[in-house]
Write a protein that binds this ligand. Structure first.
Ligand SMILES: Cc1cc2nc3c(=O)[nH]c(=O)nc-3n(C[C@H](O)[C@H](O)[C@H](O)COP(=O)(O)OP(=O)(O)OC[C@H]3O[C@@H](n4cnc5c(N)ncnc54)[C@H](O)[C@@H]3O)c2cc1C
Length: 396
């Protein structure tokens, strides 16, 4: 049955985790919702596929803290709706030089929000983790209970399932090539796909990840400084006899290391005997002409793995490598706003998640739905995510 030509309350373009969580939010509010995806649902060419994402409450930028806390609650509510788990509990451990500005800022954020945490010297870190973390002499570690792991492909599928159950129409292999303003008294937009189908929507939410800059420029002329990067998740083999020490469900945490490179990782969950350790960042790319390259700073990361895990993890080569894309903004802060221009408040954009958005997908879906349905985001300060900040940056 064709749906081309149909009218919707909200059309969401892009079915990664952000578009899928938004579709769930709008559908459960009773809004007639259409979710369009250019490729197959749950494909591996964007940012939301794979096996694990870290969730942590320690953020150098304090304004993410309330969003993460709301997300913990919303992840568990969505799990209860669907009936399976996508979130797995763990503690979190940050490490770096005590005068590192990011580490100082996240400690200040812990204090401000009364997050129970321990600041540990090198010897105390070695004792707490029985040698599983070995940090440099002049570094400190910050341990707290608010970490965890989300399963990304499964979580994206969960939101799609919940959106569908709440009445949303989901359509894949539907690349949006145009979004036009409707010039009638009621406003709204017409969305056109590469196959020539058109859909009318009172509102449109654009959540196209690494394609954001291209699509927004094409439909509005507005240039958003969102740079796609190709990045890699790497898995390393834990040496025989030590595997259980790194497994989720014990006391091994999710972690982040604030040094010359930002290194992050998760306890063993998806591949028994392997641990995920990767570098935040990547190589600039065109999302439609991916280099499928070899990754960044792999030699430095090998040394980091060798030193940090006291030789208990084989640092000679990663044994599994998965490519993915980031959508980076100049400040690594998200873009959540009305597109403006000829679209006014009828088109909302959610992008630029800069390699750290997954954990907050449920709250981002809630905020994008608020903007589309009510014209404002409730209970959250989105001033850091406004498009206007780029205008200010470019004038400086
Ligand atoms: C390797 C890696 C590790 C990460 N680790 C973490 C982490 O530990 N913690 C964390 O919080 N976050 C992490 N992130 C970030 C997080 O995964 C992303 O912020 C999030 O997945 C972004 O989702 P999205 O929906 O914006 O983008 P995407 O998942 O890319 O979804 C956008 C969708 O839009 C579709 N699309 C594009 N153009 C069109 C069009 N014209 N018409 C229709 N559809 C279109 C695309 O095909 C795609 O499916 C990581 C990201 C990567 C890549």
């Amino acid at each position: 049955m064709g749906i081309s030509g149909e009218h919707f309350d909200v059309i969401i373009v892009g079915a990664g985790v952000m578009g899928s969580s938004t579709a769930y939010e709008t559908a459960r509010r009773g809004l007639k919702t259409l979710l369009l995806e250019q490729y197959d649902f749950l494909h591996h060419r964007g940012s939301s596929h794979g096996e694990t994402r870290t969730i942590r409450a320690t953020y150098p930028q304090d304004y993410y803290y309330p969003m993460v806390i709301e997300s913990y609650k919303l992840w568990q509510e969505a799990e209860a709706q669907v009936g399976y788990k996508v979130y797995f509990e763990a503690h979190h451990f940050d490490m770096g030089q005590p005068d590192d500005p990011s580490l100082q800022a996240l400690i200040a954020s812990c204090r401000k929000h009364s997050i129970p945490h321990q600041i540990l010297r090198r010897d105390q870190v070695a004792e707490k983790f029985s040698g599983r973390f070995n940090i440099p002499d002049d570094w400190v570690g910050v341990s707290n209970a608010l970490g965890g792991v989300i399963k990304p492909t499964k979580a994206t599928a969960m939101f799609q399932t919940l959106a569908f159950r709440n009445g949303a129409v989901l359509k894949d292999n539907a690349e949006v090539v145009d979004i036009e303003r409707d010039h009638n008294a009621r406003g709204g937009v017409t969305v056109t796909t590469a196959r020539g189908e058109t859909f009318r929507g009172k509102k449109c939410v654009v959540t196209v990840g690494a394609w954001m800059k291209k699509l927004v420029k094409a439909v509005s002329g507005i240039e958003l400084p969102i740079q796609p990067l190709e990045t890699h998740v790497l898995y390393w083999r834990i040496k025989p006899g030590h595997e259980a020490k790194y497994a989720i469900g014990g006391d091994f945490p999710t972690f982040a290391s604030y040094g010359k490179m930002y290194v992050y990782g998760t306890p063993t969950l998806e591949y028994p005997g392997l641990i995920k350790v990767a570098v935040h960042g990547g190589n600039p790319c065109d999302p439609d002409k991916r280099p499928w390259g070899s990754g960044i700073m792999v030699d430095e990361l090998k040394k980091w793995v060798e030193r940090t895990f006291s030789g208990m993890v084989d640092s000679s080569e990663p044994v599994v490598k998965q490519a993915c894309m980031y959508s980076m903004t100049p400040t690594e802060d998200f873009v959540i706003d009305f597109l403006g221009g000829k679209f006014g408040k009828d088109v909302v954009v959610g992008g630029g998640f800069s390699g750290h958005g997954f954990k907050m997908a449920p709250v981002i879906g809630r905020i994008l739905a608020d903007l589309a349905a009510d014209g404002e985001a409730k209970g959250v300060d989105i001033s850091h995510f406004r498009i206007g900040r780029f205008v200010r940056i470019s004038r400086m």
